[in-house]
Design a protein around this ligand. Sequence first.
Ligand code: HEC
Length: 326
Amino acid sequence: MKIIVAVALAIGAIALLWAQRKAEPAASSGPEFTKDDKLLLPANYREWVFLSSGLGMNYGPVAEANRDRPPMFDNVFVNPDAYRSFMKTGTWPEKTMFILEVRASASKGSINNGGHYQGSAIAVEAEVKDTARLGGWAFFAIGTGTSGKQIPKTAGCYTCHSQKGAVDNTFVQFYPTLLPVAKEKGTRFNYLVGTMIEIPRAALVADQIARDAEFFSFGTNDLTQTTLGMSRDDSGSFLPTYTELDIVDSNPFASIDQKGVGRLMEITRDFGRKTRPNIKLGICGEHGGEPASVKFCHRLGLDYVSCSPFRIPIARLAAAQAALES
Ligand code: HEC
């Protein structure tokens, strides 16, 4: 009989613990996802480390939608584990997670009538570093819900953060407690480590190279030379005859040989993105200022073309035409 009572008590205790567990949201210090890959808003994020409160520091759709309202506040929080790691190293570890909480600003209610204070929450956005799962940093739109979908990699969030954030995609230049740490550790400069792709073998093993490379820049002149097995310097002596005899469609050093060199670029893109979905891709060389090549790069989905200064207007025009055509 005693045993039965003890068992009943134990079951009761477990049930009580279970009920408490369900009532209290999990205390998380890092990203957690739903089965359909949505990022969960940690219930305790307001107990995370507070980095800054910006006024009128809003960008993207939230800023657009609230353009006519007074400047909004945004509160930035980071998970405590990542914060502690940053204080030691000046860099963000894997599983870093930021919450950006956008709030309306109220005025005229303060005692001096002139101050601004925070009003209701408008939206919550998140940013997570998880190379294994997300291929690097990714942004999530949580809005006013409790979980949010990943924002596509083509959104402005990714470009502005990677180009203008002071430390590894993040705006440490605006976080007064972090900036001195980044300065002291020498991690303040945002840079990517990547490589040129100039020989066919590099294209064929791009998935392996992308484990370390954060960008690929196609050196299309050299890639053309190594793929076609011809030297640009000598080509003047035989290319005109080749063109006359229809051996080549056009001068491959002027306009990318889309069937051959272009195919290698496609393979590189696919292999590179398989390993690192947000790998930055572009070309560097004279082809970057040639309209047909610029349009081809647009169709390939490259992030940029680079060319010599005097060809920039042609490249811009071709890029605009390509964008309109697609
Ligand atoms: C034009 C540049 C720009 C764009 C576009 C932009 N942001 Fe930011 N973001 C900033 C700045 C500046 C800060 C610093 C905010 C502050 O100091 O209050 C910031 C901060 C953040 C933070 C806090 C962590 C960090 O990286 O510093 C998150 C999260 C964030 N933005 C999400 C987003 C999302 C999601 C989008 C796209 C919908 C986006 N941002 C688009 C400039 C930008």
